[in-house]
Design a binder for this molecule. Sequence first.
Ligand SMILES: Nc1ncnc2c1ncn2[C@@H]1O[C@H](COP(=O)(O)OP(=O)(O)OP(=O)(O)O)[C@@H](O)[C@H]1O
Ligand SMILES: [Mg+2]
Length: 151
Amino acid sequence: MEKQIQINSLSQMRALAKHVISYKKPGFLVCLEGDLGAGKTTFTQFLGEFLGVEDRINSPTFTILKIYHNDRSLNLYHIDAYRLSNDFTDYDIEEYIEGDGVCVVEWYTNILDVIPEERLSLEIEWTGETSRRIKMEGSGYYAQIVETIGD
Ligand SMILES: Nc1ncnc2c1ncn2[C@@H]1O[C@H](COP(=O)(O)OP(=O)(O)OP(=O)(O)O)[C@@H](O)[C@H]1O
Ligand SMILES: [Mg+2]
């Protein structure tokens, strides 16, 4: 299932995150692609907000993986694969990708070899100061999330 959606403000981005997180479950996987400043981390912060994560979520570029333990709901695993590639060997992130929490991967196409087919993917494109075009794709369990967008 695939849809192109138009976002015109931060609050619409937040509403999209609210919709997405309403489908959360252990092992929930959200994959994000888009240029620098597209809004990947911003979207992740909104997901964290709706999960009840209290710590400030920032870009994990230099740490690759950040774990936000969350007693109120599922843990959030935030991965930034900007500096990774398919042949990385030194980081055991696969257990988080199909783990017990919600996993968000920025720059996921860099590590496509370890990314399951069944996932929600968002390709965010900058179209203006606060506007974005997003290509959303969901397979398996995630298809319903795309299907019901805007309902
Ligand atoms: N509708 C919107 N959706 C997302 N971000 C928006 C929107 N409107 C404005 N912004 C702003 O755009 C910026 C997006 O930056 P962000 O760090 O989220 O991008 P990123 O894709 O994670 O970049 P990087 O690849 O450098 O990590 C933020 O300053 C955010 O406030
Ligand atoms: Mg980022």
